[in-house]
Design a protein. Structure first.
Length: 115
């Protein structure tokens, strides 16, 4: 499985961005998909996950970010609203064929939020 993330960029605080992650392969619908981020000097953190039955969010993004998926397009999205400077990070998508075993990773897409 190959993952290709896109959609990052520079945005002012309060703005919005939508990240996309396109996956190869024909088992996308069975995978748990996740978005992670890593800010400079910080550890990578889980931002949001989408399974076949539920979604979960980090407390820091609840109410502002929405993860969604289009299984027909093998794509997972992260809609990010009300962006804050502390959301600045390299964002990665990942796929877990089994529970939360993150086996496949895409290259990151950079999100920069200016104050």
């Amino acid at each position: 499985v190959q993952l290709q993330a896109s959609g990052g960029g520079l945005v002012q605080a309060g703005g919005s961005l939508r990240l996309s992650c396109a996956a190869s392969g024909d088992t996308f619908s069975t995978y748990t998909m996740g978005w992670f981020r890593q800010a400079p000097g910080k550890e990578r953190e889980l931002v949001a996950i989408s399974t076949r039955s539920y979604t979960r969010y980090a407390n820091s993004v609840k109410g502002r970010f929405t993860i969604s998926r289009d299984n027909a397009k093998n794509t997972v999205y992260l809609q990010m609203n009300s962006l804050k400077p502390e959301d600045t990070a390299l964002y990665y998508c990942a796929a877990a064929p089994v529970e939360l075993a993150w086996t496949y990773w895409g290259h990151g897409t950079l999100v920069t939020v200016s104050s």
